[in-house]
Design a protein around this ligand. Structure first.
Ligand SMILES: [Zn+2]
Length: 408
C-alpha cells in the first residue's frame, strides 16, 4: 500500500493516494480505514474526500455492517462519473472498449481492418471509432479519462513508438501516441498488449484477487504478462514478457531470428498450415501469405475446429501445447501458482485446449511436489487487450506512483 504524506504541498499526491485506495476497494472503504491504510491524518483525509465528493468522483451514502460494532459508512467510486477508452491493435483485428471507473465494459467495437499495414489510415480509423463511441456514450469529452493503446511489442515507450513488431509489416518506428493525442485531444498512453492484458486480468478478469500469475497471450503473436506480489512486471523498458523466441525444445521451422526451435515459429501460421495439411486439411490461403491471408487461414481452421472437426482441434491443441511448454518454464523461473491463458486466439480454442495445456504446464513445473499450477482461461475473451489499454490509462492518470509510461 502506497503511504501518503501529511506535508501541505503534496496535496495532489495525497488525493491520488486516497482516490486509488477507494478505486481499489471492492466493497467500499471507510474514512477510518483510509487513515489506517494511507497513514494520512483524519484532517487531510477529510479535506481530500471533500474535494472528491465535490467533483462527483466518489459517494459516501452506504453503510456496511460487518461483524460486531457500529456500522461503517463507506466511500465508493461514482462508477459512471468518468470513462476510459482502450484500443487493442492486433495484426488480426482492432478492438475498442469503453470502461467505467470500475472497469466494467460499457461499449465495445470490433474492427476487421484489412489495411492494417498502412499505419496512418489505421490511426485515422481508430480516432474516428473513439469519437463515435464518445458520442454514443452521451458523455461529454471532459468525462473521458483518456485512451490507452495496447499494441504488440517491442515498443519504445519513451517515444510512444511501435518499433516494428514481427507481424505488423509497415509499422516500423511508428508514432502512435502523438497522432492520436492530436486527433482526439485526450491523454494517450501506449502499453505492450501482453502487459495490458495482465493489467486487465488483475482488475476485472480471472486474475482478480491473485497476486502471482503468468498470463499467456495468444493472438496473432504470443507473449507473456507477469504479475508478481500483486504488481504487473514491466521491466526497465516496458517490454517484459517477450517469450516469442523461447525455445520449445523441438525443431520446427526457420524462425526470422535465425533459430529453428522458437515458440513463434512453432505456432506461426505457416507451421500450423503445414500441420493441418499433414492431417488432410487444406486451407484456402497460401502458407506464406499477407497478414490478412494468414488471419483468414487461421480463422478457417478455428471455425472447422469449432464445428467439431477433431483433426483441426488436434492441430490447434498441438500449437497450444507449445505455448504451455514455455509457460511451464516461466513458472519454474518465477514460482507462481497460476497461469491464465487468453487473447483473441485462445478465446476461440480454449474450450478444447485447456485440459491438455494444464497437463503440460504442470508436468514441466519442477517443484510440483510442493505445489501445483492452477491453469485457467481468461474470462475477458478477445477484448482482454483493449480492456487492459483502458485500465492502463486509468492507472496512468489516477495512480500515485510516477508512471513510467509515456503520457501526452
Ligand atoms: Zn525466433
Amino acid at each position: 500500500m502506497q503511504r501518503g504524506t501529511n506535508l501541505g504541498r503534496l496535496g495532489d499526491f495525497n488525493q491520488a493516494v486516497i482516490f486509488e485506495s477507494i478505486r481499489r476497494a471492492v466493497d467500499g472503504v471507510s474514512r477510518v480505514e483510509l487513515a489506517g491504510s494511507t497513514g494520512l491524518s483524519p484532517q487531510t483525509i477529510s479535506n481530500v474526500v471533500r474535494r472528491l465528493l465535490d467533483e462527483g468522483l466518489v459517494r459516501e451514502d452506504r453503510t456496511v455492517v460487518s461483524g460486531p460494532g457500529k456500522p461503517r459508512t463507506v466511500l465508493e467510486l461514482e462508477t459512471n462519473r468518468m470513462v476510459s477508452i482502450g484500443i487493442h491493435l492486433d495484426p488480426g483485428l482492432i478492438s475498442l472498449v469503453m470502461l467505467n471507473l470500475r472497469g466494467e465494459v460499457l461499449l465495445s467495437r470490433r474492427l476487421e481492418i484489412p489495411a492494417v499495414e498502412v499505419p496512418e489510415k489505421t490511426l485515422e480509423t481508430m480516432a474516428a471509432a473513439v469519437n463515435e463511441m464518445i458520442t454514443e456514450s452521451g458523455h461529454p469529452r471532459s468525462n473521458v479519462v483518456g485512451v490507452g493503446v495496447a499494441a504488440p511489442g517491442p515498443l519504445n515507450p519513451e517515444k510512444g513508438f511501435i518499433t516494428g513488431p514481427p507481424l505488423l509489416d509497415g509499422w516500423n518506428e511508428v508514432d502512435i501516441v502523438e497522432p492520436l493525442h492530436r486527433a482526439l485531444d485526450l491523454p494517450v498512453v501506449l502499453e505492450k498488449d501482453t502487459i495490458a492484458a495482465a493489467i486487465a486480468e488483475t482488475w476485472k478478469g480471472t486474475g482478480q484477487g491473485r497476486d502471482n500469475f503468468i498470463f499467456m497471450y495468444m493472438g496473432a503473436g504470443i507473449g507473456a504478462g507477469i504479475v508478481l506480489n500483486g504488481e504487473v512486471v514491466r521491466g526497465v523498458s516496458n517490454n517484459a514478457g517477450e517469450v516469442g523466441h523461447y525455445s520449445t525444445g523441438q525443431d520446427s521451422r526457420d524462425c526470422e531470428c535465425g533459430r529453428r526451435d522458437c515458440l513463434a515459429a512453432a505456432t506461426s501460421f505457416p507451421m500450423v498450415a503445414a500441420q493441418a495439411r499433414a492431417v488432410g486439411i487444406a486451407l484456402d490461403v497460401p502458407d506464406e501469405g499477407t497478414v490478412e491471408e494468414r488471419a483468414t487461414g487461421m480463422n478457417q481452421l478455428v471455425e472447422m475446429a469449432a464445428a467439431g472437426n477433431e483433426a483441426a482441434q488436434g492441430v490447434l491443441r498441438g500449437s497450444s501445447e507449445q505455448v504451455a511448454q514455455v509457460a511451464g518454464q516461466l513458472c519454474n523461473a518465477l514460482d507462481v501458482d497460476t497461469v491464465i491463458l487468453g487473447g483473441p486466439l485462445w478465446a476461440d480454442i480454449g474450450g478444447y485446449c485447456l485440459e491438455q495445456a494444464a497437463l503440460v504446464i504442470n508436468e514441466r513445473f519442477t517443484p510440483k511436489d510442493v505445489h501445483g499450477i492452477e491453469v485457467l482461461s481468461s474470462r475477458l475473451g478477445f477484448e482482454v487487450g483493449a480492456i487492459g489499454g483502458a485500465c492502463a490509462i486509468m492507472d496512468a492518470m489516477f495512480s500515485p506512483k510516477a508512471s513510467a509510461l509515456l503520457l501526452r
